[in-house]
Design a protein around this ligand. Structure first.
Ligand code: SF4
Length: 336
């Protein structure tokens, strides 16, 4: 029977041996994405979003990374147990990624066409039993995908070097490259962050439309709750390697309950004016001396003695809405 989740992560721990000791980054995270679902992973810089993404992409080298987990399954397969060859095949056909900085993601010494042709050739070969596609097939596919991402004059753009394109055009090229292998799962790491807000908005709308039309499942990584609200259906809030709250985005905005989520939302400037909140005092911890229990406790104004003793587990407080915080788990236990 087909697994209803394209991605299913259960109790994932990732740590690194470093000069100062052990950097304990991911502390038992649970995250799942249903087929066709668009999910956001939100948190401040340094909260472990990128380590999560690299784990899922099989990009963490072990050692130095040490990975412990109950399950990290992509499309029903344990991605961390795949051979390099299997992993390459999965990346070429099922899973794609969009990086936040298009200039670094594209090679400046090759034209867009040369880079796109390589991706298409690789994907077509994998999809068509290692049969080499003809040059015309590759070219036609390249033109078609550049049209789909609404790049004007695709023939000319094929011959351009990345430096000859604007930031928005480069981001569209990256989206084209990510979608050309018709993936079932896409990881988008802060797409458009390097662009100005109007162009970023266009890029996110385009991305949303393309993945919706294709039924692609998405994990969108962002520090921006507004972007996640516009682009995804459900979100996970991550703090210092722990998932602290998850809910459908509308519910999360209507009723944020974790003190960290409330702090993130209070830091978003309002379009209607008014004062900008001070934000969350303190900083994301050094992972070699990560706080015990709830890792947010040194920054939390509601902290109690139990918070530093034991990690709170994710508990359902209303349908589809889970939080890891003793303010709610205690109440729930008392009510039962
Ligand atoms: Fe604050 Fe305790 Fe809740 Fe953590 S568990 S967010 S420290 S009240």
């Amino acid at each position: 029977m087909e697994d209803r989740h394209i991605l299913d992560i259960q109790d994932l721990h990732v740590y690194f041996r470093v000069y100062e000791g052990v950097s304990y980054v991911l502390d038992g995270i649970y995250l799942h994405i249903a087929r066709g679902e668009r999910v956001g992973l939100v948190g401040e810089t340094g909260c472990g979003k990128t380590v999560t993404m690299k784990t899922v992409m099989g990009m963490l080298k072990s050692p130095p990374a040490i990975i412990r987990y109950d399950k990290v399954s992509l499309d029903g397969q344990d991605i961390l147990k795949m051979s390099p060859k299997e992993l390459l095949r999965v990346k070429g056909t099922k899973i794609s990624m969009i990086f936040q900085d298009p200039m670094n993601a594209l090679n400046p010494v090759f034209t867009v066409g040369e880079q796109l042709y390589d991706v298409i050739r690789f994907a077509q070969k994998r999809l068509d039993n290692e049969k080499n596609p003809s040059q015309k097939e590759i070219h036609d596919r390249g033109i078609a995908i550049l049209k789909e991402v609404r790049l004007p004059d695709p023939e000319r753009i094929m011959g351009n070097y990345p430096l000859e394109l604007s930031g928005g055009m480069r981001q569209r090229v990256l989206i084209a490259m990510a979608l050309v292998n018709e993936p079932s799962f896409l990881i988008a790491d802060e797409p458009g962050t390097a662009l100005d807000v109007t162009i970023q908005d266009q890029i996110l709308n385009l991305l949303k439309e393309l993945v919706e039309n294709r039924g692609i499942s998405v994990l969108l990584i962002s520090h921006n709750l507004g972007v996640v609200r516009e682009t995804t259906e459900r979100a996970y809030i991550m703090y210092a390697g722990q998932i602290v709250e998850t809910a459908p985005v509308d519910l999360l905005f209507e009723n944020p309950v974790h003190p960290y989520t409330q702090g993130l939302l209070a830091s978003v400037p309002s379009l209607t004016g008014g004062e900008i909140a001070e934000g969350i005092p303190g900083m994301v911890p050094d992972y070699t001396v990560a706080p015990s229990g709830c890792r947010f406790h040194p920054r939390c104004t509601h902290s109690m003695s139990i918070c530093s003793e034991k990690k709170p587990s994710l508990t359902m407080i209303e349908p589809d809405h889970y939080v890891a915080c003793y303010l709610y788990t205690e109440q729930k236990e008392q009510n039962e």
